[in-house]
Write a protein that binds this ligand. Structure first.
Ligand code: DC
Length: 216
């Protein structure tokens, strides 16, 4: 059994690295943030107050999240594109504070990891979701570098971007994700630490691949 847990704040390159690892080792890639984003999308569309636990619970009981060939499916609809906005990043972070929301995502995540080899990325995979994963990595990069990477990515896509706004949002989300009560973002004691600030993407992928190869 091979389970690779990659945790860290947004913009560290986790997704790209996890996808490359999935391809290299022919294992399944699971993006837990996409599930929080899908729930954030639905909750904000329905104008559900995060403090209204009964309403959040009713929504969760009536929601199915799944992945289909890498696409994020919310109640049977492909929401992969809709969940990649700044607004939904913040909504995901807001609703992910709730224990009942986390329980829902944990259930789907653990179910997916129970039957196949996976590389799973998120904030609490090594600490809470798969604490006994064969490989655990905590990735980070300075907020300035992460903001710069995100800025460049948006500009390359021909979209509007303002560095200062991106930087502020990154800091806000980092703070919220690492200060919540339930499963905050933190490095597991036995996770390898990787700071990608001064590394190219290729170097980061190779560093993670080395850890995976060593575990095999
Ligand atoms: O990785 P991401 O940017 O797509 O995640 C969006 C938000 O979801 C993030 O700000 C916090 C939340 N999240 C979480 O709380 N736990 C996870 N395992 C993954 C994401």
């Amino acid at each position: 059994m091979l389970r690779v847990a990659i945790d860290g704040p947004g913009g560290t390159g986790k997704s790209t690295i996890a996808k490359a690892i999935a391809e290299r080792f022919e294992i399944e890639y699971i993006d837990t943030g996409a599930m929080y984003r899908a729930l954030g999308l639905k909750a904000s569309k329905l104008c559900i107050d995060p403090d209204d636990e009964a309403a959040v619970k009713a929504m969760l009981d009536d929601t199915v999240i799944d992945f289909d060939s890498g696409r994020t499916m919310l109640d049977g609809e492909d929401v992969s594109g809709l969940i990649r906005t700044n607004e939904i990043s913040m909504a995901a972070s807001n609703y992910s504070k709730l224990a009942i929301v986390r329980a829902k995502v944990d259930e789907v995540s653990r179910h997916l990891a129970a039957t196949k080899d996976v590389v799973m990325e998120g904030r609490d995979i090594g600490t809470t979701v798969i604490p006994d994963a064969e490989v655990k990595i905590f990735m980070t990069a300075s907020p300035e570098i992460r903001a710069r990477r995100r800025y460049n990515q948006l500009i390359e896509q021909g979209r509007d971007a303002d560095y200062d706004t991106i930087y502020k949002e990154i800091q806000e989300r980092d703070y919220q994700d690492s200060h919540r009560e339930v499963s905050p973002l933190r490095q597991a004691d036995d996770a390898a630490f990787l700071d990608s600030s001064d590394m190219t993407l290729e170097e980061s992928i190779d560093a993670v691949a080395e850890l995976v190869a060593a575990a095999l």
